[in-house]
Design a protein around this ligand. Sequence first.
Ligand code: FAD
Length: 291
Amino acid sequence: MINDFKYFAPKTLKEAFTLLDQYRDDYKVIAGGQSLLIMMRQGLIQPGHLIDIKGISELHYIQSDTQKGLRIGALTSHRTIEKSPVIKKSFGVIAEMEKRLASIQTRNWGSIGGNLCHGDPAGDPAPVLIALNATLTIASIKGERNLLVEDFFLNYFETALEYGELLTEIQIPAIPPNTGTAYIKFNVIESDMATVGVAVSITLSSKVGNCEDVRIALANVAPKPMRAKKAEELLRGKKITDNLLIKAGEMASTEVNPISDIHASVEYRQELTKVLVKRIGTEALSRAKKP
Ligand SMILES: Cc1cc2nc3c(=O)[nH]c(=O)nc-3n(C[C@H](O)[C@H](O)[C@H](O)COP(=O)(O)OP(=O)(O)OC[C@H]3O[C@@H](n4cnc5c(N)ncnc54)[C@H](O)[C@@H]3O)c2cc1C
């Protein structure tokens, strides 16, 4: 059963920060409630004050600029992102990822910011945003700070957010030419969380077509979303072949640190990592080669 709490629904960021400061020892922020309410119903958290930020219109937006890239307000729903024409056109991998996240009902209510702040290592947006080298803006009554998405996650369901802070914006840099990015999520039940998720971004040099840059980001194979940096090193600077991608998958499977749970064993997640890095690396490469 959910505990009693005092409910507040600020309409501006300024009002929200004042409330967060006032109740700093005993509050929880709620956005779409898709994850928070489950935790409350299970009695895992029992906040005395619930600060509902969904009505803060300043945090609902998608803005794109060919030079600066994409900016997404933290309260933007998964469904809005999935349907955004500008995201479909210039950051298609984000729309593809959102389409496979949960059900339409959950995507309608859940926000991208809430998903990241929940800190579930199985979440879909984090690996894609890490592959795209995205940054977050975190704000409080004291001011703002920026953090790379890959530095935001500390441990299972633990992020770098401190009391009094809100995630306000996600920034994705413009995608360089000759870059292909792709995401694959393995799950047994459609619309469920990923058993393993893999995002790969590959940039080829325009002259010889060697791998100029590569980022491989993984979900649900460690206490937090992670990069397979040794696998990336195998590819960087080289002409990427099928054989090299197989080796990168094998290397990535040695870098992960998964748990066994009701969905998969440690060994199965390692095997999935190996197979999926190769499979989605091949797709990212083919996208990078497209004119
Ligand atoms: C049935 C179901 C299936 C799901 N399947 C998937 C899936 O396949 N893939 C996937 O990735 N996710 C999945 N989820 C999780 C869900 O998508 C996200 O966790 C959800 O989008 C969270 O967003 P929210 O706005 O509802 O956040 P809330 O539940 O309101 O908040 C989540 C957490 O973030 C904090 N928070 C929220 N916004 C902010 C902010 N701006 N600043 C600071 N803290 C904040 C809250 O205090 C809370 O701790 C599923 C959820 C359900 C219920």
